[in-house]
Design a protein around this ligand. Structure first.
Ligand SMILES: Cc1cc2nc3c(=O)[nH]c(=O)nc-3n(C[C@H](O)[C@H](O)[C@H](O)COP(=O)(O)O)c2cc1C
Length: 192
């Protein structure tokens, strides 16, 4: 398989270089309780504005009623691969602080928590893949979530499987090297 390890201008932590987002997941692997607790703990300890911790997670393991509910709301291509992974994690966030004021940095905070979750998954030999392609409004209703919550993303978690399990363009994408803009292209000023 083509290496998925990031080509970096300077060394970075191995877990950051090696993390990637597969679409070919082991159809049979079940997450252990330890693995689930560990990735959720990683999310729990993320930084957030005022330490408000506005993230709320729902874990739908493959085969559960909740999993069927979440999987039914995945859009097109995502519906073909994501349900095979071990779990679909609903990553939702409160839009308002307890005093009723709009909470501006909630999605940013959730992003930090999801990033920690993904890195911890990789540390455990698992893989995580963020998915934004789903009907978030319908899913919120289906799950009966409180009004103050929105669901920006789902996080697909499981054990990676050979790319050959996928077909066509999906397989090509699975084995393609990971690419990024050059540092020069994203650096506004202060070039090292
Ligand atoms: C907010 C967000 C939404 C995404 N939505 C999808 C999606 O709907 N389907 C999908 O296959 N990948 C999705 N991705 C995964 C990205 O395509 C992937 O992270 C990106 O191509 C970089 O690849 P890497 O994570 O392997 O480095 C999403 C990622 C993010 C952060």
């Amino acid at each position: 398989m083509t290496s998925k390890t990031a080509v970096t201008a300077a060394p970075i932590a191995p877990v950051l270089a090696e993390r990637w987002s597969p679409r070919s997941f082991d159809h049979n692997y079940e997450l252990t309780q330890h693995e689930l607790l560990s990735i959720l703990e990683a999310a729990r300890w993320a930084a957030s504005g005022n330490n408000f911790q506005p993230w709320r997670f729902g874990v739908a393991v493959r085969g559960s009623k909740e999993h069927a509910t979440v999987a039914a709301r995945l859009s097109g291509f995502n519906a073909a691969w994501a349900p095979h992974a071990s779990a679909l994690i609903v990553a939702s966030v409160l839009t308002h602080a307890p005093d009723g004021t709009a909470y501006g940095s909630g999605q940013f905070d959730l992003g930090l928590a999801v990033s920690s979750l993904m890195i911890q998954a990789h540390e455990l030999g698992l893989h995580a893949h963020v998915v934004g392609g789903f009907d978030r409004d319908a899913l919120k209703v289906d799950l009966g979530l409180e009004e103050a919550l929105v669901i920006p993303v789902l996080v697909v978690v499981g054990r990676v499987a050979p790319a050959e399990q996928l077909e066509g363009p999906a397989r090509e994408r699975e084995i393609a090297p990971r690419v990024r803009h050059d540092l020069d292209d994203i650096l506004l000023f202060g070039k090292p």
